[in-house]
Design a protein around this ligand. Structure first.
Ligand code: FE2
Ligand code: FE2
Length: 303
């Protein structure tokens, strides 16, 4: 028996913020949750062809071109992340099935949602790379394409989900800054649309990460560890602006390697930090307001 929420109109559909509770207390089924995911995805679809037709190529500045070219490359690395999420979520689902069926359902919902995430990211990747090509910028070679599809190494699922939430925060702010910076209405519409998608992805990752913490099977310290990794001095939040960037041969993180030449890329580090504090609070219930407070809270939890 399920006392399910069955939205009648997609206008009212929202991301389920308390997913563990939706399964454990509201007794929603995976079919119910998938229907919510599907409607939410469907109501936010857009046409890459129509958006591209609105761009006035002659209008674009050098900064616009740098934003488009780098973002196109960064987006190529999203598919391996979504593929990994699908595989890892299913493995975790089966690991919990006998001991916490509601947590198993959370993981299956996460793996199921990864198909919508993957599809939405495909719009970003193709739109931006086609646009860069149309502007006559250096094309993505097949070797680069294949290199950028390398799959990230596996990690603890709460760490993975919180890292993905931060990646979406980074993308949301980057696209919002690019949108604010351009004078072309067509390109602004593309950046704003992609930023809106990234913000929704962030909300999904926060919801999945919160469900893991709510289950009592995952510890908040793992979310704090990832936040600290990004927020510490010279941390990952500074991307390619850092003094020291680790070399990896496992996968590509283009945000670490942005190639902007002598153009200053629009950014908002403080905005990103504040969104990470807010994400930490939603996932763990613990409020922090500075990188130092994140480090202190993390050290305390580890101790
Ligand atoms: Fe994206
Ligand atoms: Fe995204």
């Amino acid at each position: 028996m399920t006392a399910a929420i069955k939205p009648l109109s997609s206008e009212k559909v929202e991301i389920i913020a308390d997913l563990y509770e939706a399964f454990s207390k509201k007794r929603m089924s995976l079919i119910d949750v998938t229907w919510v995911q599907h409607q939410y995805h469907e109501k936010r679809r857009w046409s890459a062809v129509e958006f591209l037709n609105q761009v006035n190529f002659a209008n674009l500045s050098k900064t616009d071109m740098v934003c488009v070219w780098n973002a196109g490359r960064a987006e190529l690395t999203t598919k391996p992340g979504a593929d990994r999420l699908a595989r890892q979520s299913d493995a975790e689902c089966r690991r919990w099935l006998d001991t916490d069926a509601d947590l198993a359902a959370v993981f299956q919902a996460c793996g199921t949602w990864s198909r919508y995430w993957n599809e939405e990211e495909s719009f970003h990747e193709t739109t931006l790379n086609v646009l860069a090509g149309g502007l006559g910028m250096e094309a993505v070679s097949d070797d680069t394409f294949i290199e950028f599809r390398k799959i990230f190494p596996d990690d603890n699922m709460l760490r993975t989900l919180f890292l993905l939430a931060i990646s979406e925060i980074t993308a949301t702010v980057n696209y919002s800054r690019c949108a604010a910076n351009t004078s072309d209405p067509g390109l602004r519409a593309i950046f704003k649309q992609i930023a809106a998608d990234e913000a929704q992805h962030m909300r999904y990752f926060i919801s999945f990460a919160k469900a893991l913490v709510d289950s009592g099977k995952y510890h908040a310290k793992d979310a704090f560890a990832i936040a600290h990794l990004f927020l510490r001095e010279d941390g990952e939040l500074h991307g390619s602006d850092r003094n020291r960037i680790e070399t990896r041969d496992t996968h590509v993180n283009w945000w670490d390697h942005l190639d902007t030449g002598d153009i200053e890329r629009p950014d908002d580090i403080e905005g990103k930090q504040n969104m990470i504090f807010s994400a930490l609070e939603k996932v763990t219930g613990i409020r922090v307001a500075s990188p130092e407070e994140v480090e202190d809270a993390w050290m305390e939890m580890v101790a």
